[in-house]
Design a protein around this ligand. Structure first.
Ligand code: BTN
Length: 306
């Protein structure tokens, strides 16, 4: 991880190291501070200064890092968390060169999107409730998008945000736990805001939609990030107060998946078809198969057939 980050930084003349050998001798603490400092330096497209101005946040205060380009904000956020980042933090990048999606997929991340990761250090979260954080983040993204006067916003299980059936946002949550305690959670959020469609592959062009396309105008990324952080804090408070039913209710109200017939693929390739009945209190999908039995799906892919 350290070497991957270093290589990218050398390539871009961002840190003054003469040779690869020298890198190995850099003290890790010093290295982390250098990278963090870089995240506070002015970038061209997403202004940290504007973002911090009037940022009314109990959760994140000033630990907000904005980069011009990183491999993946989730990867960097995990690195910070592993290296002892003590507070809740945000890692944002204007572009990602190795953006990661769910289920090992790549995530195209050109300029014009929001690519960010939240590092959350919860005091007391039961492991069984961790997946609800992803659902809660989905609700926060959906509410954010709706606030720009877009009506047709839905959430496809577990965490795709759709406008008129096309994907505008995806969420990748990665948690690290010791025994039964969660050490930290990294929540990666990608939102297609203003990017030019010619900068993404045909597949992404076909299946996704940007906020600019949906609203008919360019909306500044910083404005969207601020609104998202506001929405996230609101729902995260519900979560911290263990008001899980409220999180689930808000998710269910915006669900694209419930009531549809789908093809489900679980990790290790078990797959089956069935009607999606709902989600349970842990956020797992409940699917009724042809023989009338109910299957609980904790993670996997869900392709809607009709
Ligand atoms: C999905 O497959 O739908 C999840 C996509 C998550 C993408 C975001 S962009 C910011 C963060 N960094 C990553 O590498 N991935 C997540």
């Amino acid at each position: 991880m350290k070497n991957e980050i270093v290589n990218l930084l050398i390539k871009e003349n961002k840190i003054p190291v003469e040779s690869v050998d020298e890198i190995a001798t850099i003290d890790i603490g010093e290295f982390v501070s250098t990278i963090k400092e870089l995240g506070t330096v002015k970038t061209d497209y997403i202004s940290r200064e504007k973002l911090m101005k009037d940022l009314n946040s109990d959760l994140f205060e000033d630990n907000v890092y904005v980069y011009k380009e990183v491999l993946s904000t989730n990867t960097l956020a995990k690195f910070f968390a592993e290296q002892g980042e003590v507070k809740n933090s945000i890692v944002i990048s204007e572009k990602q060169t190795k953006g990661r999606g769910r289920l090992g997929k790549t995530w195209e991340s050109p300029l014009g999107g929001i690519w960010l990761s939240l590092i959350i250090k919860p005091d007391d979260i039961e492991q069984s409730k961790a997946s609800l954080i992803t659902l809660a983040t989905g609700v926060a993204v959906a509410n954010t998008i709706r606030s720009f006067n877009i009506d047709d916003v839905e959430i496809k299980w577990p965490n795709d945000i759709l406008i008129g059936g096309k994907k505008i946002s995806g969420i990748l949550t990665e948690a690290t736990a010791t025994l039964n305690t969660i050490k930290y959670i990294v929540i990666g959020v990608g939102i297609d805001v203003n990017f030019e469609t010619e900068n993404v592959s045909d597949d992404v062009q076909e299946l996704s939609i940007s906020l600019k396309e949906a609203s008919g105008k360019k909306i500044e990324e910083v404005v969207v990030i601020k609104k998202f952080l506001e929405e996230f804090e609101k729902i995260f408070k519900e979560f911290e107060n263990k008001n899980y039913e409220s999180v689930l209710k808000q998710w269910r109200q915006q669900s694209y998946s419930i009531g549809k017939y789908a093809h489900i693929t679980e990790p290790f390739d078990t797959s089956f078809d069935g009607y999606i009945i709902g989600i349970n209190k842990e956020g797992a999908l409940i699917v009724e198969t042809a023989d009338g039995s109910l299957q609980k799906v904790i993670s996997g892919e869900c392709k809607i057939k009709k």
